[in-house]
Design a protein around this ligand. Structure first.
Ligand code: PEP
Ligand code: MG
Length: 588
């Protein structure tokens, strides 16, 4: 028996047999053509072009599948980008010319030419001074493999050997592999590499597959066929467990199944604390097509609709009609439930339009409301026209992202007034009383929340950005991930200030950052008086369960204690412990 510890990604205990994903690279069978004639060279080039065509088709299909698969995630576009990179490589004129030249003049086999080209590219990339290009050598490997597979006529999938449900063990999973995962046959995922935000982790959460990543070298410890216990909440994998460990794990597995049933049974019940305080749970979405699932999970409506996803790879601005079509679809699917539409939050970690150009510090640059107000007012007005034009069809609110000062809010509201005037002139109906709220995700807004609260209808706290800006920690940089601490005393102080300002000015305050869906935060948030939380749809059932298991009075005591800690680690340990007492299954 061997115990391995890694990064806990998605809670759940599963027992199953290991399937190790072995990645054999395909090599060239022969370096030169058997007959060195012009005719043979042309035949070889035909074969090569056919393979390129097939590889492009495959990459495009994978991009599409990935988009659908990770539709609920901001990074869908960046994952799909890997496949676009492959297509770009396959269509690269230098590459096509290199192969043509070598086949025609030196009678190289297409495989040999492809390999030579890619090995040269990898050398260039690996020595590049730009770090992001240096890390692209893996993407080059993946592109080369894809093309080689079509050249040698390899049709077998990596997963063909899986006939029974297994625990998948791999170095890491590429987007290409995850797009082909046989959904019903994967009990759990264990990988050598990866962290909480790696794409394997995201896919696992999305599909509800228990997973542990960053295990170091589990692929060296497992050959395939061994019995594994994978505990996604504790971040542990046991290889070849003894009978006693196995029996305990079976109990835990059963508990989890029972829990799933409890969560299912609670779907239609209100999220109400033991002492009768209602907490309203909403969902964050990127596409209207996610709404049914969100409602099924128990969300009361949409607390954050991230409209940046109206942009696609074509980099063209959505037309007013495209905006309207998306919003109408969302309204229809919601059937009267609330819909908070956030205006475009482009740039930095989100889609960056080409005209934004290079910025040395994009998170502090011309992103989000700044881009809309000062760089591209036309785009902003177009979106506002569309939101207003559908505003009478449902329960629609406008939310402005990244507000950092009162003047900014005023300017945005002026634009809204101007657009309303335009619509009146055109006799186009809209809701004159539409609520306009703001996200509080910049420390300056948190500190001036009392001023802002006087001039907007609601606050929604965006802790994803608030933590990054308050602690000066890039939210997408793995190297400083250990410093990204939502339990930092500074964050609690900012939260208190925002909540207090909302209370005094009598405007609703909700939270739509990831901490809303984080079980260890439910107690302090409810304790601080938060009654509206918006989160990833899949988080709703477990947060509801927690809310239903606590009293607001007890939550308030826990929040008070959390506020006394002087460092993030202790506060985090304390809150995890408290949540674990109520919901042990989630923490292993
Ligand atoms: C946030 O910043 O907390 C937020 C919800 O917005 P996003 O994650 O889209 O930046
Ligand atoms: Mg944000």
């Amino acid at each position: 028996m061997k115990l391995k510890k890694g990064v806990a990604v998605n809670a759940g205990v599963v027992i199953g047999s290991a399937f190790v994903l072995v990645k054999g690279r395909i090599g060239a069978q022969q370096r030169f053509l058997k007959t060195r004639t012009t005719e043979a060279a042309q035949k070889e080039l035909d074969r090569f072009r056919k393979a390129v065509e097939l590889a492009i088709g495959e990459a495009q299909e994978e991009a599409e599948k990935t988009r659908q698969e990770v539709a609920t995630l901001k990074i869908a576009a960046s994952l799909a980008e890997i496949f676009h990179f492959q297509v770009m490589m396959f269509e690269d004129i230098n590459f096509l010319e290199f192969v043509r030249d070598k086949v025609e003049t030196k009678y190289w086999s297409a495989e040999h030419a492809v390999q030579r080209f890619y090995s040269k590219q990898k050398k260039i990339f690996s020595q590049h001074k730009n770090e992001s290009l240096r890390t692209r050598t893996q993407d080059l490997d993946a592109a080369e493999d894809k093309l080689m597979k079509h050249l040698v006529g390899e049709t077998r999938s990596e997963f063909d050997g899986i006939t029974e449900p297994v625990i998948l063990v791999a170095r890491d999973l590429t987007p290409s592999e995850t797009s082909k995962l046989p959904k019903d046959k994967i009990l759990g995922i264990a990988t050598d590499f990866g962290g909480k935000t790696s794409h394997t982790a995201i896919i696992a959460v999305n599909r509800g597959i228990p997973a542990v990543v960053g295990l170091g070298n589990i692929t060296a410890d497992v050959q395939g066929g061994e019995t594994l216990i994978l505990d996604g909440g504790a971040g542990k994998v046991v290889i070849d467990p003894d009978n006693e460990t196995l029996a305990k794990a079976r109990d835990r597995e059963k508990t989890f199944e029972g829990l799933r049933k409890v969560l299912d049974d609670e779907r239609t019940l209100p999220a109400e604390t033991l002492d009768g305080h209602a907490v309203r749970l909403y969902a964050n979405i990127e596409f209207p097509s996610e709404i049914e699932e969100a409602i099924k999970e128990g969300a009361l409506g949409i607390g954050l609709y991230r409209t940046e996803f109206l942009y696609d790879d074509t980099n063209t601005d959505p037309t007013e009609e495209q905006h309207i079509a998306a919003y109408k679809e969302a309204i229809e699917r919601l059937q009267g439930r609330p819909l908070v539409i956030r205006t475009l939050d482009l740039g930095a970690d989100k889609f960056s339009p080409d005209d934004l150009g290079y910025e040395k510090n994009p998170f502090l640059g011309c992103r989000s409301i700044r881009y809309c107000l000062y760089e591209k007012p036309d785009i902003f007005r177009r979106q506002l026209r569309a939101i207003l034009r559908v505003s009478k069809l449902g329960n629609v609110k406008i939310m402005l992202p990244m507000i950092s000062a009162l003047e900014e809010l005023r300017e945005a509201k002026n634009v809204i007034q101007e657009v309303m005037g335009e619509l009146r002139d055109e006799n186009l109906p809209f809701n004159e009383d539409i609520e306009v709220g703001i996200m509080i995700e910049v420390p300056s807004a948190a500190l001036c929340a009392d001023l802002l609260a006087q001039e907007c209808s609601f606050f929604s706290i965006g802790t994803n950005d608030l933590v990054q800006y308050a602690l000066a920690v890039d939210r997408v940089n793995a190297k400083v991930a250990y410093l990204y601490q939502p339990t930092h005393p500074a964050i609690f102080r900012l939260l208190l200030r925002i909540i207090e300002a909302g209370r005094r000015k009598r405007i609703p305050v909700s939270i739509c950052g990831e901490i809303s869906g984080e079980p260890s935060f439910t107690l302090p948030l409810v304790g601080l008086g938060m009654r509206d939380l918006s989160m990833a749809p899949s988080s709703v059932p477990r947060i509801k369960h927690l809310v239903r298991s606590i009293s607001a009075r007890e939550a308030s005591r826990i929040a008070d204690t959390a506020l006394t800690f002087q460092d993030a680690k202790r506060a985090d340990d304390f809150l995890r412990q408290k949540a674990k007492e109520i919901f042990p299954e989630l923490f292993g």
